[in-house]
Ligand binder design. Structure first.
Ligand code: ATP
Length: 532
């Protein structure tokens, strides 16, 4: 282009595409998902229009006569000459994607793909990762676009229009959106349709191209309906050796010793849980004052004051819609309060991003569990381990990342073992029972090393056999000195565990005290506990 050496043009194409990717990402990621897709499509149309409009950029005819190129001494005169550089780029991009996909960085990306909110609640800066993906994929598109132009012998806007976007889309969806090799196989297979029609069936060249497009569309529809995971489903990688025993797991299980770096602890034996210090004497770790939130005409939280004390369990109870989950959302930064303050160890959390709230030491679980279904149990817990070097793309190629990841796997396995599910380490999370899922979500929260845990209905909807296990686990976590606040409708669980309870109704905490005091209140018994 403009007499530049080919490699220099290619480098500029990669850089410019990367920069555009970041800018588009910054704009599009603020939009709801469906608008994000529309925006990226709209942008691709606009960029083609811009190139076609300005002659300096090539105009409608584009840059023709991209010929006589040489690359590392290779003459690239005919399309066949491009086979070697294209194959080299394929191998390079494949190796890079594979390395990324199997790295801690890739694990976060998989988490974002499955459930960005849940991944953010484990302390990951999901926005940053999404921007990174825009940059990486745009840069790769710039590289491949440069090769494609060389192969075509010209860079015309029409060559990069909707049919090409449709072809790439079909390759990924048909091959399997989470299977790298599947996408390559589908890419080769789908690209061969047109020459097969032409050479094999004698279809005219222009008709073969159109027919190929029709087949792409038809295949996309069929695959999306009949096999949405693509022809080749996601492969699970073994991350750590499974402990012996693969049979069905028994619920009644003793909490295990848990090593957590320097703070190795031994969980207590199951039995009547007892706080290490009295509730009144325990230090206040988290103090919320005057938290309020309105959604349109609904006041979901009204002037909430809440104290959580170290090594104790506080229960939030109250009828459906009382605002308990909203209170958790406000404490963790998922929802920004209209007024109020949340101090964790004296540090203000209001206005802090949810992932930074976790890093500050406050983690939450979700009422609807939100495990990352296509990740294994072990990967779910590994994702929660903080400060992993391999989660930064710049560090991925450094030696020692794989060893560090094995250590993270070992740590995560300990947490799974703690909740009695080490033998499910390699099981995809969506194959677990509800009770097991809740236990893995507890293991995941513990793996973040946050000191304060907000557990949203840890035992609700759980099979009776698993409730006992959950009770033991939560008591063991308290005995370790962590601070817990739980929302729970199961009053037996609250009676068994809570050192202190707050009653919420219509967005307000209207009573607090011991569980016995609350359940003994005639008014509350009438309003709520009577029905339990
Ligand atoms: N994002 C939102 N937009 C609009 N209304 C909301 C939002 N989040 C919560 N609410 C409303 O706030 C009120 C409190 O809801 P919340 O889920 O906090 O109650 P809850 O006590 O956790 O209920 P449950 O026990 O059923 O889980 C409800 O009326 C709910 O509809």
């Amino acid at each position: 282009m403009h007499g530049w050496p080919y490699l220099a043009s290619l480098g500029v194409a990669v850089l410019v595409a990367t920069a555009f990717g970041v800018v588009i990402g910054l704009i599009a990621l603020g939009l709801p998902e469906e608008f994000l897709i529309l925006m990226t499509l709209a942008f691709s149309l606009a960029i083609i229009g811009i190139f076609a409009t300005f002659d300096a950029l090539g105009g409608v005819m584009g840059l023709t006569g991209v010929t006589g190129l040489r690359l590392f001494g290779l003459a690239l005169d005919t399309p066949r000459d491009w086979l070697v550089p294209s194959a080299a780029v394929l191998v390079l991009v494949y190796a890079l994607c594979r390395r990324l996909g199997e790295s801690p960085y890739g694990r976060v990306l998989k988490g974002v793909r499955e459930d960005a909110v849940a991944t953010r609640a484990l302390g990951k800066n999901t926005f940053g990762y999404k921007i990174g993906v825009f940059a990486l994929t745009s840069g790769t598109a710039g590289l491949v676009g440069g090769l494609y132009s060389g192969w075509l012998g010209q860079a015309t806007p029409s060559a990069f229009g909707f049919p090409l976007a449709m072809a790439v889309f079909a390759m990924v969806i048909v091959g399997g959106s989470a299977n790298l090799l599947g996408s390559v196989v589908a890419g080769v297979g789908l690209t061969m349709i047109e020459p097969a029609l032409r050479e094999g069936l004698g279809v005219q060249s222009s008709q073969a191209a159109l027919l190929q497009l029709v087949l792409y569309g038809a295949l996309l529809v069929v695959v999306m309906i009949a096999r949405p995971q693509g022809l080749f489903a996601e492969r699970f990688h073994r991350l750590a050796p499974s402990p012996a025993g693969d049979g069905p797991h028994t619920a009644a299980r003793e909490p295990r010793a848990v090593g957590d770096g320097p703070r190795a602890v031994v969980a207590p034996r199951p039995g009547p849980p007892a706080p290490p210090v009295s509730y009144e004497d325990a230090e206040v770790v988290l103090r919320a004052r005057g938290l309020s939130k309105r959604f349109g005409g609904i006041t979901a939280a009204r002037n909430i004051d809440l104290e959580l004390r170290r090594g104790t369990i506080t229960a939030l109870v109250g009828p459906n819609g009382a605002g308990k989950t909203t209170a958790f959302n406000l404490l963790t930064g998922t929802v920004v309060p209209d007024t109020g303050s949340v101090l964790l160890n004296g540090v203000e959390l209001v206005g802090t991003r949810p992932d930074l709230v976790v890093r500050a030491g406050l983690v939450r679980t979700f009422q609807d569990v939100r495990l990352l279904g296509r990740l294994t149990c072990l990967e779910n817990v590994m994702l929660a381990v903080p400060d992993q070097d391999g989660e930064r793309i710049g560090r991925l190629l450094r030696p020692g990342v794989a060893r560090a990841d094995r250590e993270v796997a070992a740590r995560a396995l300990e947490w799974l073992d703690f909740v009695g599910l080490a033998d499910r380490a390699e099981t995809p999370a969506d194959a677990l029972s509800y009770g097991q899922s809740k236990l893995v979500s507890l293991a995941r929260a513990l793996a973040t090393r946050a000191d304060v845990l907000l557990l949203d209905e840890p035992a609700s909807g759980v099979d009776a056999a698993w409730v006992d296990t959950m009770l033991q686990m939560v008591a063991a976590v308290r005995a370790e000195g962590r601070t817990i606040c739980l929302v729970e409708h199961n009053l037996d669980v609250v009676r068994e565990l809570a050192d202190h309870a707050c009653f919420m109704e219509l967005g307000e905490i209207t009573a607090s005290g011991t569980v016995a005091e609350l359940t003994g209140s005639a008014r509350l018994a009438d309003a709520y506990f009577g029905a339990q």
